[in-house]
Design a protein around this ligand. Structure first.
Ligand code: SAH
Length: 237
């Protein structure tokens, strides 16, 4: 885990032997399961440390545990990123992992057991539907999401989960100014306000990566999210 250790140190993060063991277990199980079900295209030992684990930990640049704001959901988590690496780093997080694909959820169940994380919830379903359930709607202090949709769509898939006073942290690559510009109407409509776009400055991750941080300042209107598929097909604005 040398690459992860070195990269994390640059973020001011230090991983204990126990945490490093959890990352090793995560790597081993991820690549083992990946032979049977398609979880990731990134499988090399160093590549996973950097592009999956370290990349997930960059969320710590926008959020660290405080008093009582530890409820998180990772929307479209896939094989658990960024949620699980962050939970390894900060065990006090109360995490829900959400993905539409049942097979990925099978892996999540498995890895949750391996990592002995009894307090991680796993939900299979579309964000558009799960965000309508009172148990999940506006219940989270932090909503995470990486590599799920363009920002105008993503705003509708994430902001409904967020408590007023909480925030969405989306990990993005590419032409961020254009995306943020195109999402500005959706963010306002859904009760959000753009707080910042933070550029990740790490030589390990040279392709432009950003954290888009959106504060939730007003409740999301009842009609959002629209039915499954609509946020992608006809983004707000
Ligand atoms: N966040 C992970 C996976 C990205 S792939 C990572 O960065 O590695 C995108 C994932 O989002 C897929 O697993 C897909 O099943 C899920 N997804 C896409 N749209 C979704 C929706 N509307 N609701 C729930 N999950 C969704």
């Amino acid at each position: 885990m040398e690459k992860l250790i070195a990269g994390a140190a640059k973020l001011g993060l230090h991983l204990s032997p126990n945490q490093l063991e959890q990352f090793r277990t995560y790597y081993r199980e991820l690549t083992e399961w990946n032979r049977r079900i398609n979880l990731t295209a990134i499988t090399g030992y160093e590549e996973v440390q950097v592009k999956h684990f370290l990349d997930s930990l960059t969320v710590a640049l926008a959020w660290q545990p405080g008093s009582g704001d530890n409820n998180m959901i990772d929307v479209g988590t896939g094989a658990g990123m960024p949620g699980l690496p962050l939970k390894i780093l900060f065990p006090q997080i109360r995490l829900v992992l959400l993905d539409a694909t049942a097979k990925k959820a099978d892996f999540l169940e498995h890895i949750r057991q391996k990592l002995e994380m009894d307090d991680v919830g796993i939900v299979v379903g579309r964000a558009e539907e799960i965000a309508r359930l009172s148990r999940y709607r506006e219940q989270f202090d932090v909503v995470l999401s990486r590599a799920v949709a363009t920002l105008p769509t993503l705003a509708e898939l994430t902001l409904p989960f967020c408590k007023v006073g909480g925030r969405v942290i989306a990990q993005k690559k590419g032409d961020i100014d254009l995306e943020v510009d195109q999402a500005s109407g959706a963010i306002i409509t859904l009760g959000g306000r753009l707080r910042e776009v933070k550029r990740i400055d790490l030589e390990e991750l040279p392709d432009d990566r950003y954290l888009v941080v959106i504060d939730k300042i007003l409740p999301t209107p009842e009609k959002y999210p629209r039915r499954a598929g609509m946020p992608g097909k006809r983004p707000i604005g």
